[in-house]
Write a new protein. Structure first.
Length: 185
């Protein structure tokens, strides 16, 4: 009986050691998988940060160039004003300046909307990343159509309405800009 108990204790000890080894292997495997995921996410984040940095540098260069053009324009306006005083073109120039002011306002609106569109695009990218993660965590395909998974008509209608509103606003601003450009010429 003692020999059987010793054999049973030996077997249980061996089983316990094997179970601990299996658990450690499973934990290590899970940790490595999570480290790879974190590494992938860090690499993607770094790539996005690099793109943002490049775009900021491009924006600064464009702003510098814009300032140069504005300075040249200011000088040209001064000399044009001097010329107009000598030739009686002041009324036509006032009308042209009003049109230019309208164009500047429209350009500012377009810039603001472009920036807003970029922010919304970034938000969409974040939502897509969240959707991908949720799909992976729930064991679904990464390319799943969330509108089919969540067929809430209010959500779909809200998305359609927002897209239509943005398209209409962009079309209207483009039309106004085209009209101002035509009047300027």
């Amino acid at each position: 009986a003692v020999a059987e108990l010793e054999q049973m204790v030996f077997k249980l000890t061996a089983d316990l050691a094997e179970a601990q080894q299996d658990r450690e292997t499973t934990i290590e495997s899970a940790l490595q998988s999570e480290r790879r995921k974190i590494g992938d996410l860090k690499a993607r984040l770094k790539a996005k940060e690099n793109v943002v940095a490049e775009e900021r540098a491009n924006l600064q260069e464009l702003e510098r160039m814009k300032q140069e053009v504005e300075n040249e324009l200011e000088e040209a306006r001064f000399w044009m004003s001097e010329y107009e005083r000598g030739h009686g073109l002041e009324d036509a120039v006032r009308y042209q300046k009003r049109l230019q002011a309208d164009i500047k306002r429209r350009d500012a609106d377009i810039s603001r909307l472009t920036e807003e569109l970029g922010e919304r695009s970034d938000a969409c990218d974040r939502l897509a990343e969240i959707a991908d993660r949720l799909a992976r965590e729930t064991g679904r395909r990464g390319d799943i159509d969330l509108t089919k998974l969540y067929p809430d008509m209010e959500i779909q209608e809200s998305i359609r309405t927002a897209v239509q509103r943005w398209k209409a606003m962009a079309d209207e601003l483009q039309q106004q800009n085209d009209e101002l450009e035509a009047n300027r010429l």
